[in-house]
Every structure is written in structure tokens, then in C-alpha cells.
Design a binder for this molecule. Sequence first.
Ligand SMILES: [Zn+2]
Length: 476
Amino acid sequence: MRYPTKYDSFVGLEIHVQLTTESKIFCGCRNRFGDEPNTNVCPVCMGLPGSLPSLNQEAMSKAYLVAKALHCDLADTCLFERKNYFYPDLPKNYQISQFAKPLGTNGWIDIVVDGVTKRVRIHECHLEEDAGKMIHAGDMSLVDYNRTGTPLLEIVTEPDLNLGEEAEILIHELRRIVRYLGVSDGNMDEGSMRCDANVSVNTKGAGLGRKVEVKNLNSSRFVRLSLNYEIDRQTEILEDGGTVVQETRLWNENRDQTIVMRSKENANDYRYFPEPDLPPFRTTPEFLADLETRIVELPLDRRVRLVSTLGISQTQAEVIGEEKANADYFEKVLEYGADGPTVATWMTGDVQKLLNRTGQSAAESPLTPERFAELLTLMAEGKIHGKIAKTILELVFEKNKNPRVIMAEQGLEQMNDSGELAKLVSQVLVDNPVAVEQIKAGDTKPMGFLMGQVMKASGGRAEPGMVQKMLKEHLG
Ligand SMILES: [Zn+2]
């Protein structure tokens, strides 16, 4: 990572998160991505005269839940206001948003950068309605109003980030948080999470510089690339003795650079005023109690706990803790008495390979937590060794049966009866006189071969340690 020495760089993010609710924020239209254009619309979200909005309580709950997870002060009362501007994707010519009294303020989110925890302050969280979607096709522009009125939570950070890499990490962490909370799919490809960023560069120690806004960043990679590009661009201007122009820019992904969009507008250009058709929203004890039941351990806290209390590696914790359902599954296996590091190794290795092959998540696969633990118990009891365990694991996926049942049905139980093994070893020695002679003459190379022959004769079930010991005893 590059750290400019003569200059300080400051990055703040405005992240928009679409909330997954059944219906839109102010009307009963279905809130769903990918439907036939302009099929989920009604007079309210089309802004027809005389139509009145009514607030979706579930959208409010989900918005407050994120604010709570981001350690914000939750507003007892928050207000909706009209943000006035004209654009074809906004049929009312104003957007219902929050300005003077947002629902959450003064929060923070922790991110881990190069192994060090960094706390980024959250300025505020506010809820608004999404606009429609413009589709530009040649010299024609089309608009899909299905997205109009989708509940959109805007999360505004303080300019506590310094580089594009940090912004990218924050976006990933926030995506995990909203997915853990079950309030959004956080899918940037489909626009469920979008980002604008503020960047400024100034002489070291002189505080914030002149702010440039980079808008409409729709992938975390573009966030990183565009911010680092802007930091370099502004640094060069300052190096040459120039002044950075306060403006709004766009990321051009084909040219890998930011380009001017417009000079920056101010908040008063939007002529915010209270939305007369919606009363202020006031939290009740029931509303707040409901939030308590819906809050979960945050993904970063969980990764830290998995590493510190269960002894699994950082990388394993990152893989297992990426999705809440996966981490829950992992901990359920442990409830059956399995050992953390062993489960983690299997889960991120052989089990993951099978899940990739079948396209299932662990929780929906035939390998229930109980079966997973049973497989490891069979190994711990010495009934099977690792290679047989892998065979049984595949059969669990194939036959949807318990490992112990599969072991019995397929006769896979480990052979550790010394009498039976001794017979197999003797037979292999008789069948391979040349190898035996070689070893007796001092060349130990064929040991592996003989070992393999015994394993083969036992159908892979012989306990390898015992076989090795017996061969050594026979051959000196
Ligand atoms: Zn509608």
C-alpha cells in the first residue's frame, strides 16, 4: 500500500444500501430486482397528483437495525424531507429523504487493514427512496420505474479513510454486516449497494483539502481504483503549485480515470423542506425491543472470536465467517463435541470442494452438523482413517445417509485386528519375493510398494501405522 509522505489524503464514503423488504418504502408495490420494466408501479411511486405516501414500518426497522449495528445514536424522532431536483428517473421531481433529523448519527465501524484494526466514524445514516433506473441505448434513453421507491439507506462516513484500499475493505465489511443482519443482499452488481466518495489531499498536517466527489461507483474495485487515481491526480496538482477545483467527477472504467461531471452543488440547491404528507417517525419501546431481538454478533467480532477462542486460523475464520449461515453451521458442528481446528480444516478443504461441486451451501447440504461431527468421531475413535473418511464424506453427499451407516453398509471400518492384518502382510511378502530380497539386501525403496500392496489387499481399510510396524518387524 502507498502512503504519501508530503501530503495527507482523506476519503469519506456515502454508501447506499437497498433494503430487502416485500414492498416499497411508501407504497404497496413489490420491491424486487429483475422484474419486467415498469410492472411494479402505482400512482404513489409514479408521483401522480393526489397520491399519498405511507411509511413501510419494516423498512424503518431494517434501517434502524443497521444504524444500531454501526453504533449510532438512534433518533427518538426522525423526519422525512423533500429533496428537490429534476431528473427523468424521479417522477415526483423530489426525493423523499432525511436531512435535518436522520435516524442515526455519530456511529463507527471497525475495519482491519494489514492486520491492524482501524475505526472509521459514521457521520449519519438516513433513509430515503431510490430513484428509477435510466437505461441509455444509443441515442435513446429509457427509464424503468420499478426501482422508484425502493427503500434506500444512506450511510455517510467521516473522512477517516486515507486510501482506496481502505475504502474497499470498508465496503466489504459493510456488505458482510448488512448480509449478517438480513437487511440487504449487498449485491453491487445489481445495484443493491452503491457508493459515492469524497476525496481531498492537502499538505501534511494542514487538515482537509478541497473536496472532490466521485459518484456512482458500482464495484468495490472501482472504489479503490478511482480513489487512488484521485489522490494521485490531486497530489500532482498540489505538487505543481495549483489548486484543486471542488467538483463532482465520474469514474471512467474504460480509461481508468476520473472525469468531470459537474461543479459541486450545495445542500441549499436542493431546497429541503419537511415532507407534509408524512408525520415524523417516533420510536416506541416495542420498536426498540424488536431491534434488540434482531441484532446479531457482527462479522468482525465473530471472526475475532473464532480465532481467539477456538484456535482456528485467521484465513479459516475469514472463509467460515464470510456468511452468517456458514459460521452458524460451523458452530453447530462444534456443539456435537467436535474440535474447532479439525472442523475448520475439513470445512474449508474437502467439504468446501464437495459444496462447490454440488452448488449447495453447507446448511442445505446432506452433511448435517450432526453427520459432520459423527464423521470426525469415527476418525477419533480409530474406526476409519483420513482417506476412508474422505470416501465416506463423498458417500454422505451421494446417499444422504449417516457416516456410521455408510461405514457399516460399505464395510469401510478400519482393520486394526492384528491377527487379520498379519495374514495380509504375510501373503503380500510371499507374493513379492523380489521386493523382499531387495529390502533384506539393504535397499529400503520397495517398502512403500509393499505398504501399498497391503493397503490394496485390505481394500484401503488397513490401519496404516500397524501395517508399517508389521512390515518392519518382518524385514528387520
Ligand atoms: Zn408504487
